[in-house]
Design a protein around this ligand. Structure first.
Ligand SMILES: Cc1ncc(C[n+]2csc(CCOP(=O)(O)OP(=O)(O)O)c2C)c(N)n1
Length: 959
């Protein structure tokens, strides 16, 4: 017994003394017995026989004994009870055979129980996981001698109370069972799970079977056939397209039977749809053998005979998505969608999760059982990319849960040229997943039957507990990182070993042949069928008339379109009385609801807005837009950090009863038949959460899906999601999204990380009408913008720079009738100062408009209209020109922005419209000086700069 186990029992005892119900039944019973015995001994003094004492104290550890002794002693003022192991003669013998047997039992029971526990905790360390045998580990805690168990002890029959089905077995039989369970081709990590029921479930499943499935002949043949599928495709492609990049799966072909068996289980578990996310490795193989994409389409892409089809767009073949239907052996149908994927490893994870969540919501799958996600990862990427942690953290949250994801790590033990020892500080590539209360199974990829067991167990775990589960598929990479890459430059020893290894298909075939489970003829037949099929697909792909299968958008996208912005705006009006009624409803609270006293006034004001007595403010316009969409039947999902209340305490979409803590969400109580509303505070993540919402939007064309940044400054933590998905998915993959990004923006002296949503970045990536970049300045404009996003059939991501101080600015209000009856306007003219009388035009966007307005009024400046560009992109020169109609040619136009000159919209405007504007007018700028960071950290300095900016805008215009 080592100190670790003694401490463990000691701790357990202390726990028991504090609260007997906090320990397991077995331990409670044991401690009760112990105390009875201890008391008896105290009462009987030295007369109590050691044998009795030992029998009573069966299983107590030395340390626990000491604790118990202390505790009993403290309680009774009696002397400490001796450690039962120390009782008797100096050699440990009591002199009585019965007593000796009891003494041995008491000692050994503890030690064996501890050893059993060690196997459960650490057995995976010595499991036979690595086909290359490079990562073997040592674990002295698993040797019986380190627990004081002798060779002789091993041969004695023994009754373990904590292992099932071992009654009367000798210790060595018990040990063999443990080794079979925990140290063969499967290494299980599950003892970090706090919930005992879950641990027991796993233990039982593994220990009663020794973690092996009794596979039927059919299943064994099926596994072989899937291995043949996997390896023959690889072989074929390598022969026909010499040197082409495929990111071969070879060395990890067991992935294909693994997914195949997962889908079989999924069918049995009533899963109807699977969303898959995976990177480059093995993707073509998965496409061919799991998604059943016709090989002719894959082959065609290697020759790439029609360059004109993908000029400037499209993507490489190993990033493309696909979807198809799968029929399991038992006849269940599952629709599988493989997500389009950028090179950026692991970022697709939450995109896939968001898609699965949306599919569940569409199916009204409240238990989140009919749609599941399978994510395939690389070992280096899983350990290295932080977004993995973000995804895992989201997996159990009410707003993001998807009922349990199957994670498969293709662990080829190298990342490009980097070995695990240089790539991670953890024992396993999967250790980040230990943060969750879920099991992690490591499995030897050259042991297809262990793989079959693991995937069955993992899928059953997911079904039973609705949690994620991780399989770490230990394998190798037969070729270089890609097929043109020489791995022996950097991994010579590893590749010596790899070169010696036959394929897993051949190894498994040998096994089945030796067991008589398949004949050589049958195996040949399986191989021949596959090769012939591939040959015929290859020939077909060469045919000049061949047209590759490009999948169109799913059926629920049929009425929506992408491409250029349509000329016709969508009708975003809404019946005024109905809108007033909805706003009023937002102020009604359930009977007895105790509202925070500071909310009473805004609520009263909101009521007045509904009655037309007060103009509508920003937050009310947003709530009104949401409410109107919901009652029209458009679902809304909005998440973001603290978005329920709103970072600036403006939204209060979820109210909290100050007495009970109960919540009330007025937007969810508008009408019986309103569409569903999902409004969640997000975890403190940008990349993971934005990826999720983007994914959700891919399957939710008819709803409003919005993500709000705490401050616009933070979206760049999710830069990859914006660059690789939001801005470019239509161009690369022809996939549309109507996702809304709400980014609080404005220079208000709060420092360089609380001022700028870096609009210049969006404008730099804006092309081909790929996104909308909008900075609305009135509540009515915001209302129509949100409604337009749903009512237009043109689906584009919408980036909105939203206000902060303007949320409470007295001038930032709109009449209810403009919300009801108007529409979104890309450019707002100055209605007070006609262009025909203008000496100069100030052109701006966002909050600075109100600063300019104030200054113009204060300084009594005349003849300087201030125009606002509300939609920065898409924006055509003709639209700008039309809004300048009437302005004398040669007049001065000043672009005014709060941002430094190298940021904001100025670089974009100058690049796209500068020459044309200058041909007709004189364009200049009023901006902050160029700067490496967006703003000063000093409030005083901010004010000075702002005043200078306004002065510059009006410079030379007499007041
Ligand atoms: C975010 C990101 N960083 C870097 C790369 C470049 N890269 C492509 S594959 C790769 C190695 C990946 O190793 P692993 O995750 O083990 O997968 P494997 O290729 O071995 O299957 C790297 C670094 C990338 N694609 N994405």
């Amino acid at each position: 017994m080592n100190s670790y186990s003694l401490d463990y029992i000691d701790d357990l005892y202390v726990q028991y003394v504090r609260d007997p119900s906090s320990v397991s039944d077995t331990w409670r019973e044991y401690f009760e017995q112990f105390l009875i015995g201890a008391k008896a001994q105290v009462t009987a003094g030295a007369g109590a026989s050691a044998a009795t004492s030992n029998r009573v104290h069966r299983g107590v550890s030395a340390a626990a004994g000491a604790t118990v002794a202390r505790s009993v002693g403290d309680g009774n003022g009696a002397t400490a009870v001796a450690d039962p192991y120390e009782t008797g003669t100096s050699d440990g013998s009591t002199g009585s055979m019965v007593a000796d047997q009891a003494l041995w039992l008491a000692r050994i029971q503890d030690r064996v129980d501890q050893l059993v526990r060690e196997y459960r905790v650490r057995g995976h360390l010595i499991a036979n996981l690595d086909p290359l045998g490079l990562s073997g580990r040592d674990c002295p805690e698993l040797s019986p001698t380190s627990h004081g168990i002798s060779e002789d002890d091993l041969l004695r029959p023994f009754d373990s109370s904590i292992l099932e089905n071992v009654s009367g077995s000798t210790l060595d039989v018990i040990l063999t069972k443990l080794q079979n369970t925990y140290c063969r081709g499967i290494g299980a990590q599950f003892m970090h799970i706090d919930n005992r029921n879950i641990r027991d479930w796993l233990q039982k499943r593994m220990e009663t079977t020794e973690n092996r499935l009794d596979l039927s002949h059919q299943v064994q043949r099926r596994i072989y056939a899937r291995l043949a599928d996997a390896s023959i495709v690889e072989d074929f492609v390598r022969r026909k397209f010499v040197g082409a990049k495929t990111f071969s799966l070879e060395g990890a072909e067991t992935l294909i039977p693994m997914i195949d068996l997962a889908l079989e289980k999924a069918g049995q578990h009533n899963v109807k749809e699977v969303v898959m996310g995976m990177a480059h490795r093995g993707r073509l193989n998965v496409m061919a053998n799991i998604l059943k994409k016709r090989a002719m389409n894959i082959f065609w892409s290697f020759d790439d005979p029609r360059p004109e089809l993908s000029r400037g767009g499209g993507d490489v073949r190993y990033h493309l998505g696909y979807s198809s239907d799968w029929t399991t052996a038992s006849g269940d149908n599952i629709h599988i969608s493989l997500c389009f994927n950028p090179s950026h490893l692991e970022f697709v994870n939450t995109v896939a999760q968001g898609r699965a969540r949306c599919k569940q919501d569409i199916r009204n799958d409240k238990r989140r059982e009919e749609v599941m996600t399978i994510l395939v990862h690389g070992d280096a990427a899983f350990a290295g990319e932080g977004v993995v942690q973000e995804m895992l953290n989201m997996s159990e949250l009410a707003g993001y849960r998807t009922g349990g994801t199957l994670h498969i790590v293709i662990n080829n033990q190298v990342g490009f040229t980097t070995l695990p020892e240089d790539g991670r500080s953890t024992t396993y590539a999967t250790d980040v997943a230990k943060m969750l209360q879920i099991p992690i199974f490591h499995v030897n990829g050259e042991d297809p039957e262990a793989v079959a067991q693991v995937v069955s167990l993992a899928m059953d775990f997911r079904k039973a507990f609705h949690r994620d589960v991780v399989i770490d598929l230990y394998a190798f990479r037969r070729w270089g990182h890609n097929e043109g890459d020489e791995p022996r430059f950097t991994q010579p020893r590893m590749y010596n070993e790899i070169d010696r290894r036959p394929s897993v298909r051949l190894k498994y075939l040998e096994r089945l042949l030796s067991l008589g489970k398949i004949t050589a003829d049958e195996a040949d037949q399986i191989n021949k069928e596959r090769t012939e099929k591939l040959e015929s697909e290859f020939e077909a792909s060469k045919n000049e008339t061949f047209v590759p299968d490009t999948q169109t958008l799913a059926a629920n996208w049929s009425e929506y379109f992408g491409g250029p912005e349509p000329d016709q705006p969508a009708d975003t009006s809404f019946d005024q009385d109905r809108l007033a009624g909805l706003i009023d409803k937002l102020t009604r609270l359930p009977e007895g609801f105790s509202q925070h006293k500071k909310l009473k006034r805004p609520m009263q004001q909101r009521r007045e807005m509904s009655e037309g007595k007060r103009r509508v403010d920003w937050a009310t316009a947003e709530a009104a837009a949401f409410a109107s969409l919901l009652v029209e039947g458009h679902p809304i999902r909005m998440t973001g950090q603290d978005c329920q209340r709103g970072t600036f305490s403006q939204r209060h979409a979820v109210l909290h009863d100050v007495k009970t803590g109960e919540t009330h969400t007025p937007l969810a109580h508008l009408s019986e038949d309103q569409a569903p509303l999902e409004l969640y505070n997000s975890p403190l993540s940008e990349a993971g959460v934005l990826g999720f919402e983007y994914g959700y939007s891919l399957d939710c064309p008819g709803g409003l899906v919005a993500w709000e940044a705490q401050f616009g400054d933070f979206w760049n933590c999710a830069q990859v999601i914006v660059d690789q998905f939001i801005a470019s998915a239509e161009d690369k993959w022809n996939r549309l999204s109507g996702l809304v990004m709400l980014l609080p923006h404005g220079f208000e002296g709060q420092g360089p990380e609380h001022c700028s949503a870096r609009v210049e970045r969006f404008l730099a990536m804006a092309a081909e009408d790929n996104i909308q970049v909008v900075q609305p300045t009135t509540p009515a404009q915001y209302f129509h913008l949100l409604r337009r996003q749903v009512h237009s059939k043109w689906r584009k991501p919408l980036v909105v720079l939203t206000p902060k101080s303007l949320l409470r600015h007295p001038q930032v209000t709109s009449p209810l009738k403009i919300l009801a009856n108007s529409e979104f306007k890309k450019i707002l003219p100055d209605r007070k100062v006609p262009l025909s009388t203008a000496k100069r035009v100030l052109l701006c966007t966002g909050k600075v408009y109100y600063d300019l307005l104030d200054a113009r009024e204060e300084r009594a400046i005349e003849g300087v209209p201030i125009m606002r560009i509300e939609q920065l992109y898409p924006l055509k020169f003709q639209e700008i020109l039309a809004s300048l109609d009437g302005l004398e040619p040669g007049s001065e136009i000043v672009w005014v922005q709060e941002e430094p000159t190298n940021m904001g919209a100025w670089p974009y405007l100058k690049l796209n419209f500068g020459d044309e504007l200058n041909e007709r007018f004189k364009l200049r700028k009023a901006t902050r000086a160029e700067s490496a960071s967006p703003s000063t950290g000093s409030m005083a300095s901010h004010k000075l700069e702002q005043a200078e900016l306004i002065d510059e805008a009006f410079a030379g215009v007499a007041g």
